[in-house]
Design a protein around this ligand. Structure first.
Ligand code: THU
Length: 136
């Protein structure tokens, strides 16, 4: 599974995005270390703050299915489903990903199959607050 495959799967996941308020559709695919994939999309709500981002939808689905080790995520998004820019993960999603993923976890964001950027989670969320700070 390469980054182009992940891009196309994330784009497919975006089709299920429920975003009637922002009209900003997002799709994500999470790749586990053993090669399984979990898709997610953003799910908005009339009570706006209850919206769930695509990345967290994918991650929570994976966790709910017993997954614990993750390799990469690919995210795509755009107004009315048209991808014109990189869909960088929001701060909340970076923090939630950091709960389960290591600093070298790969974050792919793409505009098309031939324009995909790669980041490391540790670079997107440096000096994070994590469970090691909470002691025993
Ligand atoms: N959104 C995501 O799905 N992921 C992000 O990382 C940023 C924002 C969604 C939430 C909302 O439905 C829409 O994009 C506009 O903020």
């Amino acid at each position: 599974m390469d980054k182009k495959d992940l891009f196309n799967i994330a784009k497919d996941a975006m089709k299920h995005s429920y975003a009637p308020y922002s009209n900003y559709n997002v799709g994500a695919v999470l790749l586990t270390k053993n090669g399984k994939i979990y898709k997610g999309c953003n799910v908005e709500n009339a009570s706006y703050s209850l919206t769930n981002c695509a990345e967290r939808t994918a991650l929570f689905s994976a966790i709910a299915n017993g997954e614990k080790e993750f390799e990469a995520i690919c995210i795509v998004g755009g107004k009315n489903g048209v991808i014109t820019d990189y869909a960088m993960p929001c701060g909340a999603c970076r923090q939630v990903l950091a709960e389960f993923c290591e600093e070298d976890f790969k974050v792919f964001v793409g505009i098309n199959e031939n324009d995909i950027k790669e980041f490391k989670l540790g670079d997107l969320l440096p000096c994070s607050f994590d469970k090691s700070k909470l002691g025993e």
